[in-house]
Design a protein around this ligand. Structure first.
Ligand code: BGC
Length: 758
């Protein structure tokens, strides 16, 4: 990516400052220009900012993007956008650019740090007018532009929301000359290479009622990420407050899970009919509480916002609860793809936590075309990796104070994310680009594991810092941490195995055999150190069995015993899951791929807490951070039961957290049975795992070779399988009894007597 040479200069209002922990009042920049008396061929603007911006030409929004220039690791790279303006240029023109704090200058982190990458808001733009006779006029930002702090946007911030005062009319604004500035960082300014955030759909409230507190509550029926959109009949200075929440408790908004985030939009009216929708913030919500206006004077809807990624996968089956689970997974995906992959969209976090996408990447790549989105984020990861292989826990690191570290699962995102993307899209170039980073990380793992240890212990990774079995429902935060050595060692093994595969694909044969040996050594060490060598883990918990089983780390003759011991733990837990994020992504594979699809379905279809379908039955419309976020008695779980304190475990209770939705990959790969064997589905398999009383499943994925649709169904003791195989691909269709067919391009249908149980 080569860099553009800018004629425009960075401009700001140098007299403006704002205090610690505050987000700046947005700046409005203005430039008036006229055009010559001849025909224009095209007119466009190149723009970027420190902060986030929106442009208006002659009072009309330019482009459809939200939150441009997007979130990147601004020390290294900053995107700029190009918007066509040909249709809206008149003889006399006014261009306005509003710049708000966003990720770079505003508060963005639970520590409420601001000015993370720049000390002030700033704008860089270049307007191009190309006349039909070939003459081109370029107007760059400089001191001839004007700036004011008196726009209607009085406050804008990710966590707290936005305040808009419609009484700030043009006459009341104090304009002054903009100042040229030199920003703190000097990143590469690159043409947009990520996916812009755009409005995706409009939701209409399903019910409206007045709470005891007096607030009117609008229920949109779906938890999502976005902003309200209001048509208002109001009078000058009337103040309307829109508060947002994911849940209600006793029919009032329950905002405690938002922690310090105020998540409110405040609108101050002018006289008459008017419209308002926030532009420099977003919220994660289902409910909106409104004060300051009666429902008859308000037409409220909501706009769903997320990165404009294409939905490329479908899955459905004969079980309606599972279909809702699939919907919830998709909604949590979309809600957390707002320019970067975030942990959650509502509380004072919304950070690019690496561990969450590490486990969810595969599911994401089944449901959406993640290529551009992840490619952008991985570039930031590359830029932020440190010499010893360490990777920040959140990317971009921004205000996060953790040192970049070599740490399991979270750090493994540098392997698991490009690998998932490679399988879905077959992009070898991406693997090639990421390979040096991957090797550096794995070297760091080797070093960490072998520090202060000898013999087989060199492959046991017990040194901190590790997040461990994060969010496991059967213990508390300390318990998650104490499980770290098992989790870290198993992830280390899996990564060695995957990197051996990657090395092989890239033609790095000697690396491939090195990593294959490394995998064997770690596998052996796990068995020798952690188990009795007869399939029993000495310190038992579900993830300690799940990971070695799913990662192919168990000797053939010990598999049955391991699975049986895992089953005992599940039984002891009343048939419930007890894995944290790192194990949850793999537990169903550990069972179904080792002869216990019955048990996999039992866990999947479990309806009491903790389980995926418990959430569905409790009315969830997205995936929760904790299965028991809302307990069976209707109270909200804030963390450690034993401490009986609402704020223990960091008050972590998000209702829109995709990590546990990692089960979605199993729905595609096992329940439906569609799985890429070679990148981009050049070779793929159609091998359903039938069970759980399901009578059919169907779905599709969009591959670089075309769409694959697959369906299986059981009717009158016959199992039917149908598949579309795109040109240039090959498919191995496998019946549950092992009968298989090698298929090339075309539509294929097979039927066979079904005697098994489904
Ligand atoms: C986030 C998680 C994240 C974790 C780190 C939490 O606050 O919401 O999803 O991965 O911290 O372990």
């Amino acid at each position: 990516m080569s860099e553009k040479i800018w004629i425009g200069k960075w401009i700001t209002d140098a007299t403006y400052d704002f205090g610690e922990g505050e987000s700046p009042i947005p700046m409005e920049f203005r430039y008036d220009f006229s055009i010559m008396d001849k025909k224009i061929e095209t007119a466009w603007i190149d723009v970027t900012a420190w902060g986030i911006y929106e442009i208006e030409l002659n009072e009309e929004k330019v482009g459809q993007d939200y939150f441009a220039p997007g979130c990147t690791s601004y020390k290294y790279q900053l995107q700029y956008q190009t918007y066509d303006m040909t249709a809206n240029v008149k003889e006399q023109n006014t261009i306005r650019v509003f710049v708000a704090g966003g990720w770079a200058v505003g508060v963005f982190h639970m520590s409420r740090k601001n000015k993370i990458y720049a000390d002030n808001l700033a704008l860089l733009a270049e307007l191009h007018i190309l006349y039909e006779d070939g003459e081109e006029i370029i107007i760059g930002t400089d001191e001839d532009w004007q700036v004011t702090q008196d726009s209607s946007f009085r406050m804008a911030q990710w966590y707290d929301g936005e305040t808009y005062d419609a009484t700030y009319t043009e006459e009341k604004k104090h304009w002054k000359k903009a100042d040229v500035t030199i920003p703190r960082h000097n990143p590469k300014i690159l043409a947009q290479y990520g996916v812009p955030v755009r409005a995706q759909e409009r939701l209409i409230p399903q019910t409206i009622f007045q709470a005891k507190s007096g607030e009117y509550i609008y229920d949109f029926g779906q938890n999502f990420t976005g902003v309200i959109s209001a048509k208002i009949k109001g009078h000058e200075k009337q103040k309307i407050i829109f508060r947002h929440a994911e849940i209600l408790v006793e029919n009032e908004l329950f905002v405690k899970p938002l922690r310090t985030a105020k998540a409110a939009a405040t609108y101050i009216c002018k006289d008459g009919e008017q419209e308002y929708s926030p532009r420099f913030t977003y919220m994660g919500f289902r409910y909106v509480g409104v004060r300051g206006i009666e429902p008859e004077n308000l037409e409220l809807s909501a706009i769903v916002l997320h990165s404009d990624i294409e939905e490329t996968g479908t899955f459905s089956c004969s079980n309606e609860l599972l279909n809702r689970l699939q919907e919830n997974i998709r909604w949590s995906g979309k809600s957390n793809f707002v320019d970067i992959p975030t942990d959650c969209p509502q509380r004072d976090e919304r950070l690019g936590w690496t561990g969450d996408i590490a486990v969810f990447a595969k599911t994401a790549c089944y449901n959406f075309d993640m290529s551009k989105f992840l490619n952008k984020w991985l570039l930031d990861m590359n830029a932020e990796q440190v010499e010893d292989g360490g990777i920040p826990f959140v990317i971009p690191q921004g205000a996060d104070t953790w040192n970049p570290m070599v740490s399991a699962c979270w750090g493994d995102s540098c392997i698991l994310v490009p690998w998932a993307e490679y399988l879905a899209r077959g992009d070898i170039e991406l693997l090639k680009r990421q390979y040096p980073m991957i090797k550096k990380f794995l070297k760091g793992c080797e070093k960490r594991a072998s520090l202060l240890s000898i013999g087989k212990h060199k492959y046991i990774w017990s040194l901190p810092y590790q997040w461990g079995d994060w969010c496991a429902p059967d213990t508390n935060m300390l318990g998650w941490w104490l499980r770290a050595p098992w989790i870290a060692t198993a992830y280390f093994a899996n990564s060695a195995k995957l990197v051996a595969q990657i090395a092989y694909i890239l033609g790095e044969e000697s690396d491939a055999s090195y990593y294959e040996d490394l995998f064997q050594n770690i596998k052996q060490a796990y068995r020798d150190v952690f188990t009795n060598k007869k399939g029993k883990v000495k310190r038992e918990f579900q993830s300690a069995y799940v990971l070695p089983l799913a990662f192919g780390m168990v000797e053939l003759e010990e598999v049955d015993a391991m699975v049986e011991n895992l089953q005992k733990l599940i039984d002891k837990n009343g048939g419930h899951i007890a894995t944290g994020f790192p194990g949850t992504a793999y537990i169903l594979y550990a069972l179904s791929d080792n002869g216990r699809s019955d048990l996999a379905y039992k866990l999947l279809l479990q309806e009491t807490c903790p389980s995926w379908l418990y959430e569905v039955k409790a009315g969830a419309t997205t995936i929760w951070e904790r299965y028991d976020a809302l307990r069976e008695d209707g109270t909200v779980n804030f963390g450690d039961e034993k401490k009986k304190s609402d704020d223990s475990d960091g008050g972590m209770v998000s209702f829109n957290h995709y990590a546990n939705g990692a089960v979605g990959a199993w729905l595609y790969e096992r329940c439906l049975g569609l799985e890429a064997i070679e990148g981009g589905y050049k070779k793929f398999r159609f091998k359903p795992v039938i069970g759980g009383g399901l009578t059919w499943a169907k779905g599709s994925v969009k591959t670089p070779f075309g769409k694959i649709s697959a369906k299986w169904s059981i009717e009158e003791n016959m199992l039917a399988m149908e598949i579309d195989v795109p040109a240039e691909t090959s498919c191995e269709l496998v019946f549950p009894d092992g009968e298989s067919h090698s298929l090339e391009v075309g539509h294929w249908e097979y039927k066979k007597e079904w005697k098994g149980e489904n």
